[in-house]
Design a protein around this ligand. Structure first.
Ligand SMILES: Nc1ncnc2c1ncn2[C@@H]1O[C@H](COP(=O)(O)OP(=O)(O)O)[C@@H](O)[C@H]1O
Ligand SMILES: [Mg+2]
Length: 376
């Protein structure tokens, strides 16, 4: 699939932008602070329904527009194997509070954010991906969740329901610890937690079965001399496939500890991905170069799995990752990306793009809130 256009109003450094996008490789170049990452952030927002880097959505609205109670629009047209889709996200700062009201339309019809996720399938590579190796388990769960959300099948809804039940159950565990509630009130929440949790775990488990070999293959294709493995590290131990029953068993065993802690200690919200190189855990022992390559392998595998699951290749976005790689790896990554219909790469330095890719690439010059196509 590909994005045929991106339309922005009052989005970060873009006052107004309407740019058509091509299939194949597009290189968006411009100096630091020119707005390259903002552009990819907007495209990726259309895929995952939110910003991957803003902590509050108000940050996304051009400062003076936000201060004046205005609104931002992030819109795009997507061409998929199964037809055309028009996406539009509005962020309205008119309210009295600092919160923005988010309004989403898919083909002109109002939707909730969770229902837009995956209308566009995209994979984003960034320089911060090294945190997948060195960062917290939360970042690795996010890697899985964002991927799975774009596969559809109700994953976002299961995850949201799980999180709601988890919040309630944690509040109850605190109340029990403080003597404000009794143990037998837990049963109701335990049932829902196990049902929703098993749905989340089941989807993660199915994805991992295919992702694990794809990660190993991706590492080979990146010509890494080491072997990379990724496994799901579960707090609810399961033999075959996770079920509500296995979850209930783990909850029962954790009961004493949870009462003491005043929170839920087992479940998908506590799980992790274990990444090993030649059998050695990378989080503790990898060099930065090894970790960078491993992160690249995880993203390449993500793109492959998305292509398989959706039977339509995702849009691949590479934000400033070439500068971190040697010449050979730049070529390999771009070759891998070129499997897909559309790849958009940002760089501050055209010289980082291997010459063999320059000839057929579209060049987009990014500067002070505008973008412009260039002829080579
Ligand atoms: N809400 C906002 N309103 C106006 N400008 C913004 C907003 N958020 C970020 N910017 C501007 O966007 C620029 C950063 O753009 P970015 O896309 O990250 O640059 P780069 O080209 O280096 O990737 C900064 O100059 C910043 O001032
Ligand atoms: Mg940037």
């Amino acid at each position: 699939m590909h994005l045929t256009s991106l339309e922005l109003a009052n989005f970060r450094s873009y006052r107004e932008l309407d740019v058509s996008l091509q299939t194949g490789l597009t290189i968006a170049h411009g100096s630091n602070g020119a707005g390259k990452s903002n552009l990819l952030e907007a495209a990726y927002l259309l895929a995952i329904g939110k910003s991957y880097r803003a902590s509050v959505e108000r940050e996304l609205v051009t400062w003076d527009a936000a201060a004046a109670g205005g609104y931002a629009i992030i819109g795009g047209h997507v061409t998929r194997a199964d037809g055309e889709v028009e996406l539009r996200v509005g962020l309205d700062c008119a309210g009295a509070t600092n919160a923005v009201a988010k309004r989403i339309r898919v083909n002109g019809v109002a939707k909730r954010a969770a229902d837009m996720v995956g209308a566009l399938g995209a994979v984003l590579f960034t320089a911060e991906d090294i945190d997948l190796v060195f960062g917290s388990p939360q970042g690795r769960r996010r890697y899985l969740d964002i991927m799975l959300a774009q596969f559809g099948g109700g994953y976002v809804h299961s995850l949201q329901r799980y999180q709601r039940v988890l919040t309630q159950r944690n509040a109850l565990l605190r109340a029990i610890r403080e003597g404000r509630a009794s143990d037998n009130e837990l049963a109701y929440w335990d049932d829902s937690l196990c049902t929703e949790g098993a749905a989340v775990l089941g989807a993660r488990y199915d994805a991992m079965e295919r992702l694990a070999p794809l990660v190993a293959e991706a590492f080979d294709r990146l010509e890494a001399i080491d072997s990379l493995a990724v496994t799901y590290s579960a707090t609810v131990p399961f033999q075959e496939r996770p079920t509500a029953e296995t979850f209930a068993g783990a909850l029962a065993r954790a009961h004493g500890a949870e009462r003491g802690a005043g929170m839920t200690l087992v479940g998908p919200h506590r799980d992790d991905l274990k990444i090993t190189m030649n059998g050695i855990e990378m989080a503790k022992h990898a060099s930065r170069g090894q970790a960078r390559l491993a992160a690249l392998g995880l993203r390449v595998a993500e793109a492959r799995l998305m292509e398989e699951r959706r039977e339509d290749p995702p849009v691949v976005l590479l934000d400033d990752v070439l500068s971190e790689l040697d010449g050979r790896r730049r070529t390999l990554v771009l070759e891998e990306a070129a499997r897909n219909h559309q790849t958009i790469v940002t760089t501050a330095d055209m010289g980082q793009v291997p010459a063999s890719f320059l000839e057929d690439a579209h060049r987009l010059r990014v500067e002070g809130g505008t973008v412009e196509y260039e002829t080579a």
